[in-house]
Write a protein that binds this ligand. Structure first.
Ligand code: PEP
Length: 254
């Protein structure tokens, strides 16, 4: 089965709404009209309304960086799935390692968000990945497998086409250190095996698994040429149109 590449930009806590307008306009004009590679931008919540208008007539899809597991109510500071849908958000990044590290998110709590997202027709980009300590202790596959199994518990098989995973080794995020092409492929292939065990052959073959961790135009082609790498979740390099579009171009030629 052929899986369309997805290149998603995780802006993290960067760019004011004013700055976001400029960046999205640039991305729109460089890669916003092609349909071969799916392109997603995930600005902070404060820019989503404006960004939604800007991507409306383009192929660029809007994403969010987090979401509450609750539908509404007394949860100060939180944003619901329905609020994101109302702004035509398509994807939502869930369980990013920074949220696990700084905000106490766990496989169990992220699982609730993943289920709430698909329940509301949002496509989760569920992030997993080992720390340096875990890699050095030879625990990478064990950690990643349990993140997949626990984070996707009770995921409805009929919504499997809406699921995206992002393998992001924590030691590669924002550090300039990238997993080698082979390291990424090894883990991606193992993740796909777990998906097959959980959801069956065709589901396992259709779910996209993105690589994230210091991906940039210079290393994107090698990573994207691996058979189980279906795109990238891009942090630092998503903050300029030049670098982000360069990665999309690499996916277009992969
Ligand atoms: C990320 O935070 O999802 C990420 C991959 O960051 P960077 O590309 O900066 O390593």
């Amino acid at each position: 089965m052929s899986r369309k590449y997805l290149i998603a930009g995780n802006w993290k806590m960067n760019k004011t709404a004013t700055e976001a307008v400029d960046l999205i306009k640039e991305i729109n004009s460089s890669v916003g009209s092609q349909t071969t590679v799916q392109v997603c931008v995930c600005p902070p919540f404060t820019s989503l309304a404006k960004a939604s208008e800007l991507v409306d007539q383009t192929e660029v899809i809007l994403g969010a960086q987090n979401m509450s597991a609750h539908p509404s109510g007394a949860f100060t500071g939180e944003i619901s799935a329905e609020m994101l849908r109302d702004l035509y958000v398509g994807f939502v990044i869930l369980g990013h390692s920074e949220r696990r590290q700084f905000y106490g998110e766990t496989n169990e709590s992220v699982n609730k968000k993943v289920l709430a997202a698909v329940d509301n027709n949002l496509k989760p980009i569920y992030c997993i990945g080992e720390t340096l300590e875990e890699r050095e202790a030879g625990q990478t596959l064990e950690i990643v497998r349990s993140q997949v199994r626990e984070g996707l518990e009770n995921f409805p098989a009929n919504a499997i086409d809406n699921l995206v995973l992002a393998y992001e080794p924590v030691w590669a995020i924002g550090t300039g250190k990238t997993a080698t092409d082979e390291m990424a492929q090894e883990v991606h292939a193992d993740i796909r095996k777990v998906l097959v065990e959980m959801f069956g052959d065709s589901a396992g073959a259709s779910v996209r698994i993105l690589y994230g961790g210091s991906m940039k135009p210079e290393n994107a082609a090698g990573l994207l040429s691996q058979p189980d790498v279906d795109g990238g979740l891009i942090g630092g390099a998503s903050l300029t149109s030049r670098a982000f579009s360069g990665i999309v171009e690499a996916a277009l030629s992969a």
